[in-house]
Design a protein around this ligand. Structure first.
Ligand SMILES: Cc1cc2nc3c(=O)[nH]c(=O)nc-3n(C[C@H](O)[C@H](O)[C@H](O)COP(=O)(O)OP(=O)(O)OC[C@H]3O[C@@H](n4cnc5c(N)ncnc54)[C@H](O)[C@@H]3O)c2cc1C
Length: 398
């Protein structure tokens, strides 16, 4: 019998799940992708956009031709609700029935979680989305014109620790290049219990390396600190301090996509999906989730629990397992179990002209090894990966 697999979202997880599914099931079954955007954005490059180092054209491509060449049907549509009992998805373009559903809708910025936060109704800029990162250029170039204190932060409830860390290092590098280090006192605020925790309980000697880079670039770090609100006077912290700023960039708390957050049966109150090791949602074996839509238990961070970041690589690996398991279920083969914590980790942390390459056998503890290669080659590895990723995905290769 011909089956219909509907995938919600078309970024790292959704695109990979769709292409991998086609690889496994060919034209024997239908794969449909529903997504609010027909543009793929290489989000890791957003840390460079506010400094004018990347344009929209350089880090995006149009998805429909790539997916349709592989036999995937793509609809640009906003998902408004999901009917788990009736196996249907309601969108701005109508209702889609499914036999299998893949939730790959990632997170959304919850700016209202901190009063005064964000570029939309608040006082800070952001770089969670391409549009926000492009808008942040104006704030950065205003700072260059008229230097003053800068604050980069990450609000409690976000999981973007490595990305915020990369951004502050890149900002410091850009200031150093312009001989503005002393004119722009730079403070980094994070709920992490220590630098290099990254929401994953640390990674080998990463913390020491980050601290060294911060010291060299004169970045003051306030760890284990919550941002409570932002006003025109400054960024307010839970220890009573207020940090005045001329440039403020803060990543917001994250929530799951609204229609997923509404699914009490399978999502946490924040809107992320609890899955079993096959990536199936609790009680709904035909519903799978992958990527940043998946909930992961946070490692120990007693005062301010840190949400776990789901990186692009981990998101893609989850999507590959989901695609394999759906194909296996249809065709009567054994599924594979690969809990997210056991996926191998690859991450390049960029600092503008240096950085560190991190790789380990397991994304989360316990790990047998956590290797770290610091140095300028890390920066070039990040640039090379960006070029490689975009060149291959533009041709539908995963
Ligand atoms: C600034 C920044 C820097 C990063 N740097 C790195 C890095 O260097 N290395 C790394 O590995 N990872 C990095 N990441 C993380 C990486 O981008 C994420 O892991 C990845 O994007 C997760 O992919 P995803 O497909 O699960 O979710 P997303 O990328 O968030 O995609 C969600 C998809 O769902 C769609 N969608 C959401 N809601 C709806 C709806 N209601 N209706 C229809 N469609 C919907 C969206 O349009 C999108 O297609 C970075 C992230 C950010 C923000």
């Amino acid at each position: 019998m011909r089956r219909r697999i509907v995938i919600l979202g078309s970024s790292f997880a959704g695109m990979t799940a769709a292409l991998e599914l086609k690889h496994h099931i060919g034209d024997r079954h239908d794969v449909i992708v529903l997504s609010r955007s027909d543009e793929f954005v290489f989000l890791p490059s957003l840390i460079w956009v506010p400094f004018g180092l990347r344009t929209r054209e350089e880090i995006t491509f149009l998805l429909p031709p790539v997916l349709e060449r592989r036999g995937v049907v793509f609809h640009r549509a906003e998902v408004t609700s999901i009917d788990l009992a009736g196996r249907g998805v309601v969108t701005t373009e109508g209702r889609f029935e499914y036999d299998y559903l893949v939730l790959a809708t990632g997170p959304r910025g919850h700016y209202d979680g901190v009063p005064g936060l964000g570029p939309h109704r608040g006082h800070t800029c952001s770089f969670l989305t391409l549009d926000e990162a492009l808008a942040a250029q104006e704030d950065f170039f205003a700072l260059i014109e008229s230097p003053g204190p800068a604050v980069v932060g990450i609000a409690p409830g976000s999981s973007c620790f490595p990305f915020a860390c990369e951004f502050v290092l890149n900002l410091a590098h850009q200031l150093e290049r312009r001989h503005l280090t002393d004119a722009v006192p730079l403070t980094y605020v994070t709920p992490e219990p220590y630098l290099g925790h990254f929401g994953i309980g640390g990674f080998g000697r990463a913390g020491e390396r980050v601290a060294e880079m911060f010291a060299r670039l004169k970045i003051r770090a306030l760890v284990d600190t919550a941002i409570t609100q932002v006003t025109p006077d400054g960024v307010h912290l839970d220890d009573g301090q207020t940090l005045p700023f001329r440039f403020g960039a803060v990543l917001p708390p994250l929530r799951g996509a609204r229609p997923v957050q509404a699914l009490d049966a399978i999502a946490t109150p924040s809107g992320f999906v609890r899955v079993d090791p096959l990536y199936r949602a609790n009680g709904y074996p035909e519903v799978y989730a992958c990527g940043a839509a998946v909930y992961l238990d946070p490692p120990d961070a007693p005062r301010l629990p840190c949400a776990v970041p789901r990186t692009g690589y981990v998101s893609e690996e989850m999507a590959r397992v989901v695609a394999y398991n759906i194909a296996a279920d249809i065709e009567g083969r054994r599924p594979v179990a690969l809990p997210a914590a056991s996926i191998d980790a690859k991450y390049v942390l960029d600092a503008g002209n240096t950085g560190m390459i991190m790789t380990s056998d397991h994304f989360l503890e316990p790990r047998d090894h956590a290797w770290l290669i610091p140095g300028p080659e890390a920066h070039w590895a990040k640039v090379a990966h960006e070029k490689y990723f975009l060149a291959t995905r533009r041709h539908g290769m995963v």
